[in-house]
Design a protein around this ligand. Sequence first.
Ligand code: FES
Ligand code: FES
Length: 870
Amino acid sequence: MEVVEIITLTVNGAQVECHNENLKLIRYLRDVLRLTSVKEGCGEGACGTCMVLVGGKPTRACVPTVAKVAGKSVVTAEGLSTREKEVYAHCFSAAGAVQCGFCIPAMLISAKGLLDQTPAPTRAKIKKAIRGNICRCTGYVKIEDAILMAAQYLREGLPLPSPDFSGKLGEDFYRVDAKEKTLGTGLFTDDMTIDGMVYAKALRSKYPRARVLGIDYSQAALHPDCIRVITAADVPGNIKCGHLVKDWDALIAVGGTTRYVGDAIAIAVTNSFDTLDEVLSLIRVEYEELTPLTSPAMALTEGAPHIHEGGNILSRQVLRRGDADTAITASKHVVTRHYSLPFTEHAFMEPECAIAMPQGGDGLLIYTGGQSIYDEMREISWLLGIPTGKIRVKSMLVGGGFGGKEDMSTQHHAALAAWLVKKPVKVRFSREESMKVHPKRHAMEIDFTTSCDENGIITAIKAKIVSDTGAYASLGGPVLQRACTHAGGPYNFGNVDITGFAVYTNNPPAGAFRGFGVSQSAFAMESNLNILAGMAGISPWEIRYRNAIRPGQVLPNGQIADESTALEECLLAVREAFERPAIAGIACGFKNAGLGVGVPDIGRCLLSVEKGRIHIRSSASCMGQGVATVLIQMVCETLNITPKFLVVEPPDTSRTPSSGTTTASRQTVFSGEAAVKAAKKLGAELNKGLAAGKTIEKSLEALENREFYGEYKPETDPMGCNIPFPVSHVSYGYAAQVAELDSQGKLKCVTAAYDIGTVVNPKAAQGQIEGGVVMGMGYALTEDFPLKDGYPQAKYGTLGLTRADNAPEIHTTFAARNERLPAAHGAKGVGELATIPTAPAIAGAYYKFDGVFRQKLPMENTYYKGDFQK
Ligand code: FES
Ligand code: FES
């Protein structure tokens, strides 16, 4: 008889026993003890979200087995003292250090590990202590601030303040979800278990391109833990998914051809998560391997096989205004360069997870962490062939998205499995599966010509943009559109000739990624400007200042800049940072809020009075940016009441109205304005009570159970329409950034000035910018998603993500004019704009540093890569 060794250890002060010595510590803590503050971000020892204290030392719980920590003391965020919890919750809230929150409980652990030894650490010491903890959202600045603040409270035993917030715009009101995210009590989907829950996982294609000749799962079905194996033949509805273009097979059928290595061939459903891989290994797939098309050039070769029925071009976009050829010929200075931009991985900290379960006999309830519950509801309805009314989707906390959680990943497979086996089913991606399956930022090849006159005034651009949209459409069409509509940058000139192609290949699909195509075309435009500045004999700041779009002028895409446009003010705000003796580069950027270009786009919000409080309902997904807090501040401002009267409900298709996808930096403007409109209606009723001398409490009592609905539905003009000055988008935010290198070529600091209109919550907006800058820095210098013949080569630890000790100082200012846009109290989006100018600003700094003009990202021969340090 096998003797089971019992491992004894102390967890959060209590002695516990484990009967499986080979169990990873993280699995024991999460699955057995249900200590879900310990997050699994990678399972590979690379991200730090599983950090716990073992014997007082920060340790990644995904690395050791339970046997390795036998007899030791383990502490998780749940095990901190009450005082520590209060201090950290306060300091992380006050510092604005929490965005998606997935990394934060582990940050507390690393902080505690440091502060227990070093009660008064320097910022440098803190950076070192948290260098094992990756945060993809914040840029680390505010996390370091929070730890510095916590150190002082703990060291000096200071009482914690209880701030009294007005909730008005411009106030650093604490995020409503900061405390639960800090302490790890908030639930992400994978933190949930449901009675009777089973597990499912897809078998992925062995080849990027291969015909599936047969699938034999007879042996898998015999596995004692296997409940069912699902193939395309089992799909009751429509097998093609896709929010905009239905071209993405939920499963590849026998006789079908795979398009990338993330394609699902079959789904195993098992009683235990641990047996999934074993069952999948018993499925035999017969393939006919075919040569993959691994670049747009290959896919556009005459006679190349068609990846999709309609051919290999997903989208062709043309933007022409004026006469670029004639203007370029007549110009004093002309520069033409080719730019190569890589695929990049979102690397959000929370891998995708969904739970689906039968509901009401003939319906499904799905818990997810995506970017739009309504998109998910529609996709699942389509896949299963049942009405949307039978499907309820609820959003749990979302551990980052950045565009990478817009498409179907786990939700549709969980729903399909739950529908077929009639049980709750969880599908959770490993980090490897996450990186293999979800769409990336588009790799682009860009030929870019820019011309100017003798004074450096831009006369024209001409560009050809080819994007690798990979195996499926995803958001590839609109991404290419934005790359084209924003290619001219935030400048005032009228001769534009841009042609773009999004090309299907057998690489992983590419889709939405913070910046949405603009990061790529802005890099080309801004880099060309640096050369033109030299030709015209003026500085990179001066050429931008002379050409910067001002209110009433016309953008290269034909839209007239509105009165709130404050790019000039942004440039003035960063002038000193650029002109002081320093190795500095500069770049500008602009980004739309909302889908624009004539696409229907609606923000919706419902306010209801329940038990004396106003409940705010919108389906706007918060993937870390803080939309719930924005909505509270919008309502407080409109109603002139304090946040204590408000509750924000999580997205739930059964109750919260559709407010569109969290994409295109749109939620602050669209859901924000919808909330304002609903609040105005509520306010009209509330004021009747107030005018009659009632208190707010009494006035709300009189409105018990009343509902007030707001909708924001602005019109925009389609791309290519025959209008002299089309309104492509409802608003644009603008930015200028200066990147400064030290004498070694290390990025020392970034000075950023942003025109985002009314700043709803300065600390939260700064946090967006700091996170965006660090993401842009990664794009410029270190991040890559290399592919070999269609196979991804990177692991999470080799993606080149920036860690705290390599993040630069970031100085942020907000520049604005007195004139404000009418919607959302004048707020404009910030999420994507935050990241756009960073890469070209750093490239400009390197050009100054060593005279090498870099046309490829991530840049080579820098402090961070290549031979530079030798
Ligand atoms: S989950 Fe342990 S380091 Fe990422
Ligand atoms: S807040 Fe750190 S990863 Fe999102």
